[in-house]
Write a protein that binds this ligand. Structure first.
Ligand SMILES: Cc1cc2nc3c(=O)[nH]c(=O)nc-3n(C[C@H](O)[C@H](O)[C@H](O)COP(=O)(O)O)c2cc1C
Length: 141
């Protein structure tokens, strides 16, 4: 077994790192496979450490019956270990294959639009609060 990602994957991860460093907040989009999030997402998360610290994370999930919600609940535990704050509300799409038209637009967007507004409001509040706090006192100091 390899102890880390391949050179090719590491090169792709390195491209993302500066964007994570600059960001004040994150929205993680995840599907659900066998009641959990995909290994590729875990690799991205694990490859970074300080980038998540004292920043908020929101979730958009999709899948079959559960709409990816089990992935989200497991990801909350992962991000707690990385000193990130996960926001309560998320956007989820159950049976996602039936919810979008051929252009990729939602057939019935009302509920998801409302959920997205709630998620973004919470993420913005936490993003501003934690950005101010980090600039006053660097996290962990
Ligand atoms: C092997 C496999 C396992 C899956 N397990 C779940 C599951 O546990 N819960 C769920 O809601 N959907 C499950 N699904 C449905 C996927 O979440 C769905 O197909 C989703 O579109 C996959 O996202 P992706 O195509 O972006 O990778 C599963 C699909 C496959 C192929």
């Amino acid at each position: 077994l390899s102890s880390g990602p391949s050179e090719e994957v590491a090169a792709e991860l390195a491209k993302v790192s500066p964007r994570l460093t600059e960001a004040d907040a994150f929205i993680v989009v995840t599907p659900e496979y066998n009641h959990s999030f995909p290994a590729s997402l875990k690799t991205l998360i694990d490859w970074h450490n300080t980038q998540w610290q004292a920043k908020p994370v929101g979730f958009v999930s999709y899948g079959g019956l559960s709409g990816g919600l089990r992935s989200v609940e497991q990801l909350r535990q992962v991000f707690a270990e990385l000193h990130a704050v996960t926001v309560r509300d998320s956007v989820s799409f159950h049976n996602c294959w039936g919810q979008f038209d051929e252009t990729g637009a939602l057939k019935e967007p009302e509920a998801a639009t409302l959920a997205a507004k709630t998620l973004l409001d919470q993420l913005t509040w936490w993003g501003k609060a934690l950005s101010e706090a980090r600039s006053r006192t660097p996290y962990g100091s």
